[in-house]
Design a protein around this ligand. Structure first.
Ligand code: GAR
Length: 194
């Protein structure tokens, strides 16, 4: 069974969806750790409720990205983490962590990449007046949402949609699509290693 860590910074609805999928057997993985860079984030509460250990840190308390990523790595080693799943982690992964987990970090982004990378992808889609946006699951490299794409799902935008309407449709799609795609990725990785 794949031993994973989930990295998140906010509400953690995707963290929750992944936990639920593990619980009901749809996703064969063991969530051994939450890594969170925002001490007051709701996702920390969710991890406590689910009985999942959390490593919560404030980047400002460290002198560099390498220093806090080395503290993260220590925790990942301690918990025997094999794969990192980013779920609303609003921070670029640095070279330290990337070198230790090459090809073993995935992210979900609320747009059809390469359109609308970076912050507020939904706001960017609204601003561009596109009729279709979506979600992308991709491997993480040193760029901002630039790694190899694994899977994408399109979501239609309709006249009169509010930002809340769009965000809610995107979240709904993410909650279904992320656990399913992770299951496929882990099956493939386990198969390739056997
Ligand atoms: C999700 O929509 C995720 O795609 C997005 O943050 C949200 C987190 O929601 N990620 C990014 O924008 C990454 N660039 P959640 O905390 O409720 O899971």
């Amino acid at each position: 069974m794949m031993n994973i860590a989930i990295f998140a910074s906010g509400s953690g609805s995707n963290f929750q969806a992944i936990c639920d999928a593990v619980q009901n057997g749809e996703l064969e993985a063991n969530i051994s750790l939450l890594v969170c860079d925002k001490p007051n984030a709701k996702v920390v509460e969710r991890a406590n409720d689910a009985g999942i250990p959390a490593f919560v840190f404030s980047p400002g308390n460290f002198s560099s990205k390498e220093e806090y990523e080395s503290a993260i790595c220590e925790q990942l080693l301690k918990y025997g983490v094999q794969f990192i799943v980013l779920a609303g982690y609003m921070r670029l992964i640095g070279s330290y962590l990337l070198s230790k987990f090459a090809g073993k970090i995935v992210n979900i982004h609320p747009s059809l990449l390469p359109s609308f990378p970076g912050k507020d992808a939904v706001g960017q889609a609204i601003e561009a007046q596109v009729k279709v946006t979506g979600i992308t699951i991709h491997y993480v490299d040193e760029g901002m949402d630039t790694g190899p794409i694994i899977a994408q799902k399109a979501i239609d935008l309709f006249d009169g949609d509010t930002r809340e309407d769009i965000e809610s449709r995107i979240h709904q799609a993410e909650h279904e699509f992320y656990p399913k795609t992770l299951q496929k990725i882990f099956q493939r990785v386990t198969h390739d290693n056997s």
